[in-house]
Design a binder for this molecule. Structure first.
Ligand code: CFM
Ligand code: HCA
Length: 530
C-alpha cells in the first residue's frame, strides 16, 4: 500500500473522501495530477493554516515601512503580527519607519458591545499626534466584521480631517478559507489607492518591479543586489523593505518579476491590463533557478549589452560560491526532504535542494491554489465556490494616459503563447514521479508521513516544527528561516546549505528518547492488573 493510502486508511469514510482529493502521487506521464486546493479544511482537523488577516496585514501590507498600520481588534492579533515574520527593512532618511511598532485599538468587551469606531478614531488621533504619518492603514480582525464597524467611513474621515492617505482593509480573519483571501484583499486596495499615483520616471529603460518578495531574512536585498549589479533599476518591491512612494510608481516599470505567485498574481495581472507592464514568473531561490531567472529577464529586455553583462555577473557570482556549494553538496547529497509551507516556498526550495543533491519526497502548500500546484493552465477549469465568491475581485481597464509597452504588442502575445510571459507552471512539473503533493497537510498527516517516508529533514513553520522534532527528525523553518537568512540568490544558497549541513550533522532529535518510552509516567492498576 502506498504511503498515501496508509495515511488515508485511518480516516472515517467522510474524511477519507475529502482528504484523498488533497493528495496526489505525482505522475507527470499521464498528465493527470489534479489536486483539490483552496477549499475549507475539514472541521475538527488540526490544520496548520492561518487566517485572512494574517495574509493581508501580516503578509502583503506588513513590510511597507512608512505606513502606520493600525490593527482594529483585540490585542492578540497584533502581538502575533509583531515582527514574527522577519520582513526586514532599513530606515531611510526622510522616510517614516514604523516596522518596530505594533499599533492596535486593543478592543475590549465594551467596544464589541457598543461599537469600536470611536476607539478607532481615537487611535488615529493618537497616531497623528505622536507620529504625524503620511499614510495610515486600518486592518480589521474578526470581531470588526461581526459587529459591523465601518472602517472605510473612518478612513474617509481621517483623510479629510488630516489630509493624509488612509486606506481601510476589510480583512477579517474568518473571510475565505486561509491567508489567501487576505492577499487578494490587500492587492485590491493597493491597486485602487496606491499604484499609479506616482510620477517618478525611471532613469533606465531596464526597469523592473519585484513582486511577491517580502524580504524575509533579507532575501529581497540579495535579489536586488544581483539585479542592480547587472544594471537593472528596481522601481518597486512588493512589498519587502518598501515605501508607499515606491509602490505608487510601480506602473512606471517595464517588467514585473513575480517571485511569489500566490500572494501577488492579482497585482501582476492588473499592472499589465491597466498599465501594460508585462510580468514573468521568476525564482531567486536556488542557484540554477536564479541563473534561469536572470537569463529570462535578459531575454525579455533583448539588449546585447545587458545579455553579456548578465553572463558576466553569473560567472563571477558562481565563481565566488562554487567551492562552498561543492563542499556542502558533498555533505548533503542523497538526503531526503519533506516541505510544507504556505503557497510558494514548497516549490521554490525544491530547486535549491536539487542544487545540493537533496531529493524531495513530499511537498505541500497551506493555501496555494491549483495554479501553484498544476500551473496556470488549469485556472479556467477551477470552479468558484461560495467561499471564493465572497472575496471581492476587481477588474481594471487600460489607463489611456499611463499605458506603455516595452515590447510591441505582437511580441508580447507571442511570448505569452510560448508561456514565457504571464505564465506560471506550478510545482508539479518540477517534481519526480512517485513523490507526493499534499494540500493543507494537517497535524495527523504530518506525523504519519514522517513515520512512513522517514525524511532526513522536514521544512515547515512554527506550528508543525515540533511535530517533526518529536518524531526525531530535523526541522528547519522555511517561513522565518529559524532566525537565519538570507537564503535567496547566490549568497543565500550558501547560507542555506551551511544551515542545513549544521542541522543534519547535529542529529540531536534522533538521539533523544521520550521519557515515557523508558519509564512509565503513570503507575497504577487497571481492572486489578498492574
Ligand atoms: Fe508567498 Fe511568502 Fe509563501 Fe505567502 Fe506566507 Fe511567507 Fe510562506 Mo509564511 S507570501 S505564499 S502567505 S512566499 S508568510 S513570505 S513564508 S506562508 S510560503
Ligand atoms: C502566516 C505567517 C507565517 C507563519 C509562519 C509559521 C510566516 O501565515 O500567518 O507558521 O511559522 O511566514 O510568518 O506564514
Amino acid at each position: 500500500m502506498s504511503a498515501k493510502e496508509q495515511v488515508l486508511e485511518n480516516y472515517s469514510s467522510r474524511v477519507y473522501k475529502n482528504r484523498k482529493e488533497h493528495m496526489v502521487e505525482v505522475n507527470n506521464n499521464d498528465n493527470n495530477n489534479m489536486i483539490t486546493a483552496n477549499v475549507r479544511a475539514v472541521p475538527g482537523i488540526m490544520t496548520h493554516r492561518g487566517c485572512c488577516y494574517a495574509g493581508c496585514k501580516g503578509v502583503v501590507l506588513g513590510p511597507i515601512k512608512d505606513a502606520v498600520q493600525i490593527v482594529h481588534g483585540p490585542i492578540g492579533c497584533s502581538f502575533y503580527a509583531w515582527g514574527t515574520r522577519r520582513h526586514k527593512a532599513k530606515k531611510v532618511e526622510d522616510t517614516d519607519h514604523y516596522l518596530q511598532y505594533c499599533f492596535s485599538t486593543d478592543m475590549q468587551e465594551a467596544d464589541i458591545v457598543f461599537g469600536g469606531e470611536k476607539k478607532l478614531k481615537k487611535a488615529i488621533e493618537e497616531a497623528m499626534d505622536i507620529f504625524h504619518p503620511s499614510t495610515i492603514f486600518i486592518c480589521s480582525t474578526c470581531p470588526v466584521g461581526l459587529i459591523g464597524d465601518d472602517i472605510h467611513a473612518v478612513a474617509r474621515w481621517a483623510e479629510t480631517e488630516y489630509g493624509i492617505k488612509c486606506i481601510a482593509f476589510s480583512c477579517e480573519g474568518y473571510k475565505g478559507v486561509s491567508q489567501s483571501a487576505g492577499h487578494h484583499i490587500a492587492n485590491n486596495q493597493l491597486m485602487r489607492f496606491v499604484i499609479g499615483e506616482g510620477d517618478r520616471e525611471p532613469k533606465s529603460k531596464f526597469s523592473v518591479n519585484i513582486l511577491g518578495e517580502y524580504n524575509i531574512g533579507g532575501d529581497g536585498w540579495e535579489t536586488e543586489r544581483i539585479l542592480k549589479r547587472i544594471g537593472y533599476e528596481v522601481v518597486s518591491v512588493f512589498t519587502g523593505d518598501s515605501s508607499i512612494e515606491d509602490l505608487k510608481n510601480a506602473h512606471k516599470a517595464n517588467l514585473s518579476i513575480v517571485q511569489c505567485h500566490r500572494s501577488i498574481n492579482y497585482i501582476a495581472e492588473m499592472l499589465e491590463t491597466k498599465y501594460g507592464v508585462s510580468w514573468l514568473k521568476g525564482n531567486f531561490v536556488g542557484v540554477e533557478a536564479t541563473i534561469k531567472t536572470l537569463r529570462d529577464i535578459a531575454k525579455f529586455f533583448n539588449d546585447p549589452e545587458m545579455t553579456a553583462r548578465t553572463e558576466d555577473v553569473i560567472a563571477d557570482e558562481i565563481n565566488l560560491i562554487e567551492d562552498d556549494m561543492e563542499y556542502y553538496k558533498s555533505k548533503l547529497k542523497g538526503k531526503k526532504a519533506v516541505l510544507y509551507v504556505g503557497g510558494s516556498r514548497a516549490h521554490h526550495y525544491q530547486l535549491l535542494l536539487n542544487d545540493l543533491g537533496i531529493t524531495t519526497l513530499l511537498a505541500g502548500y497551506e493555501f496555494g491554489h491549483r495554479d501553484e500546484y498544476e500551473g496556470r493552465e488549469v485556472i479556467p477549469t477551477i470552479k468558484p465556490d461560495a467561499d471564493s465568491k465572497n472575496i471581492e475581485s476587481i477588474t481594471v481597464e487600460p489607463d489611456q494616459e499611463k499605458y506603455h509597452l516595452y515590447l510591441p504588442e505582437e511580441e508580447v502575445n507571442r511570448l505569452k503563447e510560448e508561456n514565457f510571459l504571464g505564465y506560471y507552471g506550478g510545482m508539479v512539473k518540477d517534481m519526480k514521479d512517485g513523490t507526493y503533493m499534499v494540500d493543507d497537510l494537517n497535524h495527523f498527516e504530518t506525523e504519519e508521513f514522517i513515520r512512513l517516508l522517514k525524511p532526513d529533514i522536514f521544512f515547515s513553520g512554527i506550528k508543525d516544527k515540533f511535530v517533526a522534532q518529536k518524531s526525531g527528525v530535523l526541522s528547519r523553518q522555511l517561513h522565518s528561516y529559524d532566525y537565519s537568512g538570507p537564503y535567496a540568490g547566490f549568497r543565500g544558497a550558501v547560507n542555506f546549505a551551511r544551515d542545513i549541513t549544521m542541522g543534519i550533522y547535529t542529529p540531536a532529535w534522533g538521539l533523544t528518547k521520550a521519557p515515557w518510552k523508558t519509564t512509565p509516567t503513570l503507575v497504577g492498576t487497571l481492572g486489578g492488573e498492574a
